[in-house]
Design a protein around this ligand. Structure first.
Ligand code: SAM
Length: 333
């Protein structure tokens, strides 16, 4: 199977899997989950590392080359670095990437390069300690900033992900963008989505990609669009005199689905072929009912062959009355 490339029913290659290694998180970001948290799954309902390794191995046979670990907070799961090293040994996997909130990350950074970690997306919505506390409901900004600086010192490719929230952190857009002046980082601003455990915060999204762009142009008139990689979710911009770049991710507007090469696996082993679907295949049940690799492959290929063409179609196909409202922590953002 090695070396094959699988294309979905819309001609898009499937090259990239985002793996939620846990649904647990040590922050309580209000745009992601309610203050009391979400009902976490009992451990036996999570995929084991062995199950994840087996599934990624099968997917590598279809041309999946890139793995992103997310969650929940990946570093909350025990023995994560052991798992990463094993993932990196799978033939065909060219790089491991991590999305983290940076709170528990620092002690592991020294091992990142040897473990095969190619880049880190660090979630950071504000540089103001009080605002960080009120958004995440935890006072952890200093730990996140220590992680940020350590990543750069170690020469690890780093992107900042900031969700833009009306009435919360729009004053942070410019200070966050300024991080890319002093440092070689890509600071990406993300439209808020209704994946928060309770449903949409706004009747209409105020801070759309267009409004974020306007704000950046106002502050940085030299903003100019770069050419992005084909499957990029981000529109990337240069600014004169900046070492890094800034980007805008139209996550709610969904303008990048045409080139989507990504699939997701939730912590309980549900396959999602779009962020906005409600799960298209129960991989955990397949594995635990004794399916062999050929049977798992056949089920995966069938799901890849029925992908929604975009996030709107995926959302429309969800079970009736099942609007988008689950926490991003259960999906793997
Ligand atoms: N715990 C890790 C972290 O914070 O990076 C990984 C999981 S977190 C769910 C992944 C990303 O999803 C974070 O950058 C977070 O800001 C983003 N996210 C969570 N809820 C979101 C929402 N409702 N809209 C947009 N982005 C969201």
């Amino acid at each position: 199977m090695q070396g094959k490339q699988f294309f979905d029913n819309h001609g898009r290659p499937i090259e990239y899997v985002r793996l939620a290694v846990t649904d647990r998180c040590n922050l309580r970001c209000f745009y992601c989950m309610p203050e009391e948290g979400i009902r976490y799954l009992p451990k036996k309902e999570l995929l084991t590392y062995e199950e994840m390794l087996r599934l990624v191995g099968i997917m590598a046979g279809f041309g999946v080359k890139k793995v992103r670990l997310t969650g929940g907070e990946p570093f909350v799961r025990k023995d994560l670095m052991y798992f990463i090293k094993k993932l990196n040994e799978i033939p065909g996997i060219e790089g491991i990437h991590i999305t983290t909130n940076g709170v528990l990350t620092l002690p592991h950074i020294e091992e990142f390069k040897a473990a095969g970690i190619k880049s880190v997306n660090l979630s950071l919505d504000t540089l103001d300690r009080e605002r960080f506390h009120s958004i995440t409901r935890r006072d952890e900004l200093p730990a996140v900033m220590d992680t940020f600086h350590a990543l750069l010192e170690r020469g690890i490719e780093t992107k900042i992900n900031a969700v833009v929230m009306d009435g919360q952190n729009t004053d942070d857009i410019v200070p966050l963008a300024m991080l890319a002046k002093a440092h070689k980082v890509d600071v990406r601003f993300i439209e808020e989505m209704p994946f928060n455990g309770e449903g949409s915060h706004y009747p209409v999204l105020v801070w759309t990609h267009a409004k974020i762009h306007q704000e950046l142009v106002r502050a940085f008139p030299s903003l100019s669009r770069r050419v992005d990689e084909a499957a990029s979710t981000s529109a990337t911009y240069s600014i004169d005199g900046f070492k890094g770049s800034v980007g805008i991710i139209a996550a709610f507007t969904r303008s990048f689905c045409g080139t989507c090469n990504r699939i997701r696996m939730t912590a309980q082993g549900t396959l999602k072929t779009c962020l906005y679907d409600d799960g298209v295949l129960d991989l955990r049940a397949l594995l635990r009912n004794g399916a062999n690799d050929a049977e798992v492959s056949a089920a995966l290929l069938k799901a890849f062959g029925q992908r929604a063409k975009d996030g709107f179609e995926a959302e429309a196909r969800r079970a009736k009355g099942h609007a988008v409202s689950e926490s991003m922590s259960t999906i793997g953002g």
